[in-house]
Design a protein around this ligand. Sequence first.
Ligand SMILES: [Zn+2]
Length: 71
Amino acid sequence: MPAPEGGTTKERKGKKPHKNKPTSKKYAKYSNGKREGKICPRCGAGIFLAIHKDRMHCGKCKYTEFVKQVK
Ligand SMILES: [Zn+2]
């Protein structure tokens, strides 16, 4: 179905005013475009390991890397 030229559709009435949503904590892991954490060696770039207390885990391929804790 072709989009109408100009794309002017009637504005809907009763629009809710835009509220500022709190920024997702998901993006707090990103800094300067890079994300903290380790890249999955199996899946490659783009897939990060979830960091747990004693291990890192890939949710995609179930790769788990145990972290040696130095105490
Ligand atoms: Zn993986």
